[in-house]
Ligand binder design. Structure first.
Ligand SMILES: [Zn+2]
Length: 512
């Protein structure tokens, strides 16, 4: 009987599994605006103002919903340490040093009166709790002997005084310690949730495919370096290769998952144990939370390596990509759209290593000028809500140009002379679909804009429409869409910028 129920349950879930689909092809069919000429404004031709704010995330909504449902019973939704955490209560009780010291005094009093034999250990606990980072003088600890045997009220008052003194010396406040701990746990939970989405929807094949793509991209970029005159003249080809060969995709979800589970289980176990011990104390949950915050050492684990968002990251030597990239690499129907969407993203992230000032201290004024000139011309011609081309944008702009160039090379290698063959479903050539797919990764119905960060500087990524319309400088774009020289796209195109390769200009070592 049990087995039967189980079988019904499973088949019910299986039928909920959304059919795999190619969201890039779908987006091209849905959002291309044929009343705008691709040679006039490619971005708004490929992506009409009627498009959703983020078509890729919108189209994957049902897939993510499906995967989220499967996590309802996961242990990370039931952690006491998180479910018992009350932000408001925390601010009220330990929002400043004085109240934090009061809070500790109250806890001490209660324990001293109820379980006086715990006092020596307790002093040490408060000692640790009130001094952070580690290297502070343990002032309370020295008074341990003095404290035991004393009246609880007298001890508590003395303790408060010392705690207050300790707290005031700390660089961060007690509430910040608790807040940071809460965020840190939240990060680990988010990582587990994200990895589970990758496993439940099962994009493992896509991850493997993107891993191969990273390898081919680094190889293609490496070939450009070998042909680069300045790299040869300065005898740095081997050096550059040595650095770029370290690049690899961070894709070991099994290892990350295990590490995050181990960490959370240990944190929860200590919290529950602490609450059992000090259950008789008022606000034991906050007290135990603070003990966890002060004593937990989290393993190095970057939660953004597995994400549901449509993005990529480079923390040299690791690169990683969002779930949509892996999903599309697995379910995309043409290599051209995979390269236009994910290939350009991989090229962009790999590009960041090639421009990293610390890793590769070379620069060419003419390459920088070339990149910035192109973005500036496109910005002037196509500005929507806002755009800008100051120095903050240089790295990202360079990575964009580089990414499209390398991905296009892979497209050429893959299709050879068939690159201009039309395919049925989209009624366009592979080459055209490559550029459309690139545009789709930036498509939004909202007017494109740049943003300013907390530091008052520009955030660094150019406006979406500008990032797409700079493809005008790639000779393949003009060819693919047969754009006349006097079209807006062509008029806004500069000469192609060659960052590496036989046409790359001279480069000098950067002087710091
Ligand atoms: Zn970037």
């Amino acid at each position: 009987m049990r087995i039967l129920v189980f079988a019904v349950f499973v088949s019910c879930y299986a039928s909920d599994h959304p059919e795999p689909f190619d969201f890039i092809e779908d987006a091209i069919l849905k959002y291309v605006n044929h009343s705008v000429d691709p040679c006039d404004n490619f971005y708004r031709h490929a992506c009409s103002f009627d498009s959703p704010p983020n078509p890729i995330e919108a189209s994957l909504e049902s897939v993510i919903e499906y995967a989220k449902k499967l996590q309802n019973d996961s242990f990370w939704n039931k952690l006491e340490i998180i479910n018992n955490f009350d932000l408001q209560k925390m601010y009220t009780l330990i929002g400043d040093d004085e109240s934090a010291a009061d809070f500790y005094q109250g806890v001490f009093m209660k324990i001293c009166e109820t379980r006086s034999e715990m006092v020596p250990e307790l002093v040490e606990i408060f000692n640790i709790l009130s001094t952070y980072p580690n290297k502070q003088v343990y002032k309370v600890y020295k008074k341990k002997r003095e404290l035991s045997g004393e009246d609880c009220g007298v001890s508590a008052a003395k303790l408060k005084e010392t705690i207050l003194e300790n707290l005031s010396k700390n660089q961060i406040r007690a509430w910040q310690l608790a807040f940071g701990f809460n965020l840190h746990i939240g990060d680990f939970i988010a990582l587990l949730k994200n990895i589970r989405v990758h496993l439940d929807v099962d994009v493992r094949q896509g991850i493997n495919g993107v891993r191969e793509l990273v390898i081919s991209t680094v190889e293609a970029a490496g070939n450009l370096v070998k042909d680069t005159p300045w790299a040869k003249n300065e005898h740095v080809v081997a050096k550059i290769e040595n650095i770029t060969s370290q690049l690899h995709i961070h894709d070991n979800y099994g290892k990350d998952f295990q590490l995050a589970v181990d960490t959370l289980v240990n944190v929860e176990k200590s919290f529950v144990l602490c609450k059992t011990m000090f259950g008789f104390v008022e606000h034991a949950d906050l007290f135990c939370f603070l003990i966890g915050a002060r004593t937990t050492t989290f393993p190095e684990l970057k939660s953004f390596y597995f994400s549901q968002a449509d993005n990529g990251v480079n923390f040299h030597p690791s690169v990683a990509f969002g779930f949509p990239n892996y999903y599309h690499f697995q379910h995309g129907r043409e290599m051209a759209t995979k390269l236009g969407y994910t290939g350009t993203t991989v090229g962009h992230e790999v590009g960041h290593t090639f421009f990293d000032n610390e890793l590769l201290p070379y620069f060419s004024k003419s390459v920088e000028d070339c990149v910035q000139n192109q973005f500036s011309k496109t910005c002037v011609e196509f500005q929507e809500a806002s755009c800008a081309t100051s120095f903050e944008f240089l790295d990202e702009n360079g990575a964009d140009i580089f990414g499209v160039q390398v991905a296009y090379k892979l497209l050429q290698d893959y299709y050879g002379s068939k690159i201009t063959d039309k395919f049925e479903r989209l009624q366009m050539t592979h080459e055209q679909s490559f550029f459309y797919s690139y545009a789709m990764s930036f498509c939004s119905g909202n007017p494109s804009s740049v943003s300013i960060g907390d530091d008052g500087l520009f955030e660094g990524h150019s406006a979406h429409n500008v990032r797409v319309n700079v493809v005008a400088q790639h000779p393949a774009f003009q060819k693919a869409f047969n754009c006349p020289a006097d079209s807006r796209m062509m008029k806004s195109a500069t000469k192609q910028c060659h960052i590496y390769g036989d046409k790359a200009p001279e480069t000098r070592k950067r002087r710091h």
